[in-house]
Design a protein around this ligand. Structure first.
Ligand code: PMP
Length: 491
């Protein structure tokens, strides 16, 4: 086999040995990826896919400058825990130079979740309070504490912890408050003020407010003007601190600025960054003020800030600077968003187009009046785009927002290609829905053009297509089914 293990075996081993709750981008006929370069991914058959979702590979998959920095350092020293090392010191200095003056002390860890957990610890050690306000559309990570402040992933009957206070996501398209209000920013901020007051009445003090600058898990919700300015004031007045989770939005992705919070004209007390900082290598950082940093008496992380991670981190900053990726995020991101805005009027299902820089979300609805989320259509559209070799993500509480957060080397040609294919595929879905007079895609039994025997590929089919009885299948049929699932010829 040219690329190692045959596809079928990889799939089988995944089923056998990896936890079911670990989701794949495509549960049906998942793509087996073997190589990445720039904004492209290559599967085991050599097919090239345009990657619109991998914000972790921030400066492009396997950027040669980043790869050689990592390789060189790996051959010298990989672990420096408990010792002085130039890579760690130089990287900390460089990262801090991108931030406002007050944010001047770094902690290094190995994932965004670890970063946010440490941010909560720092907030608690500094304020001596443990209560946290988060947004109802938030996701902040996979550790115990963070699951509690990630309501978007809570199951129906999740018991909210008494230290968690949940504020409405400032969504002006389908938010809790009247979306036509003239000044929604302060209006939504007032909800946070009310939470602080109510907590006080109940004898609780808020230690921290945590939010992303753009709420990605809610489907790229950009908070309205002055929302954060007001919220940060309320939190600071009451003695709490503000955490900006920049795991998805930081490092130039928002286009105009290097950090997401900068577009809101606020300065957080603690910043966390992960995903993009080492272009896919595990590294994350928490940057805070001297006072907050000094309030924590003990912290250690074996892998946090190891010299390989830090060498790679520095190389990533080099590339962002050398290739002017922040301004590219602004220009190409604008082209992408404008492209979707331009097709919005001819698509009854495009309810909203939003975003900033290279963070773009397109919300699909059953119709623009009811705004009923079109979850099934969003999923079908993602599969149709997969056929066109475009990988796009789905987010939002209702899983009806198509999201694009590509590597920052994404081009305007890529943007036009995506918008054109998106428009064609969606038109197809819309006309099919109109022709059968359906109001809900759930009722459509077959995914048009995607002849996929789902049950063979996944135990949990998400789209209902003609069903095979999985377990009883003989080998030959399974072969055919898998081939068909991968869109290859079956005689
Ligand atoms: N914060 C945000 C906003 C995230 O999107 C994520 C990951 N998707 C995390 C934190 C957690 O990062 P990690 O998966 O690296 O632990």
């Amino acid at each position: 086999e040219k690329h190692g293990v045959p596809y079928r075996q990889t799939l089988q081993m995944r089923r056998d040995y990896i936890g079911k709750s670990c989701k794949l981008h495509f549960e049906v006929a998942p793509i087996k990826i073997v190589r990445g370069s720039k904004q492209y991914l290559y599967d085991d058959t050599g097919q090239e896919f345009l990657d619109c979702v991998n914000n972790t590979s921030h400066v492009g998959h396997c950027h040669p400058h980043v790869v050689s920095a990592g390789q060189e350092q790996m051959a010298k020293l990989t672990s420096s825990f408990g010792f002085l090392n130039d890579q760690t010191a130089l990287y900390a200095k460089r990262l801090i130079s991108t931030l406002p003056e007050t944010l001047c002390v770094c902690f290094f860890v190995s994932s965004g979740s670890e970063g946010n957990d440490l941010a909560l610890r720092l907030a608690a050690s500094y304020t001596k309070r443990h209560d946290v306000i988060c947004l109802d559309g938030a996701y902040h990570g996979n550790l115990g504490t963070l699951v509690e402040i990630s309501p978007v992933r809570h199951r129906k009957n999740h018991q909210i912890k008494d230290w968690v206070h949940i504020a409405p996501t400032p969504n002006t398209y389908r938010g809790k408050l009247d979306s036509s209000a003239p000044n929604p920013g302060p209006l939504y901020a007032n909800e946070v003020r009310k939470i602080i007051q109510k907590a006080k009445q109940n004898g609780r003090e808020i230690g921290a407010f945590i939010s992303e600058p753009v709420i990605t898990a809610s489907g790229i919700v950009v908070p309205p003007e002055n929302y954060f300015a007001h919220v940060y004031n309320y939190v600071h007045e009451s003695g709490g601190v503000c955490i900006s989770d920049e795991v998805q939005c930081g490092l130039g992705r928002c286009g105009e600025h290097f950090w997401g919070f900068q577009m809101h004209n606020v300065v957080p007390d603690i910043v966390t960054i992960g995903k993009p900082i080492a272009n896919g290598y595990p590294l994350a950082a928490v940057i805070t003020t001297k006072e907050i940093a000094d309030s924590l008496t003990d912290f250690s992380s074996t892998f946090g800030g190891n010299p390989v991670a830090c060498a790679i981190g520095r190389a990533v900053l080099d590339v962002i600077e050398n290739e002017k990726l922040t301004s590219s995020a602004k220009n190409v991101g604008k082209c992408l968003k404008d492209g979707f805005k331009a097709i919005q009027h001819k698509h009854p299902m495009i309810g909203d187009v939003r975003g900033v820089g290279m963070l773009v979300g397109v919300e699909l609805v059953m119709d623009k009046t009811s705004k009923k989320p079109a979850k099934e259509s969003a999923e079908i559209l993602a599969y149709k785009l997969k056929e066109k070799k475009i990988i796009i993500g789905i987010e939002g509480a209702d899983k009806n927002v198509l999201v694009l957060l590509p590597p920052l080397c994404f081009t305007t040609d890529n943007a036009r290609f995506v918008v054109q294919n998106f428009s064609e595929a969606l038109a197809n879905i819309e006309s099919e829905a109109a022709s059968v007079g359906l109001t809900d895609r759930n009722e459509i039994p077959v995914v048009s053009g995607v002849d996929v025997p789902l049950d063979v590929i996944t135990d949990q089919p998400t789209i209902s297509v003609h069903s095979y009885s999985d377990e009883e299948e003989d080998d030959e049929d399974e072969d055919k089914a898998i081939k068909r699932a991968r869109y290859e010829e079956v005689d």
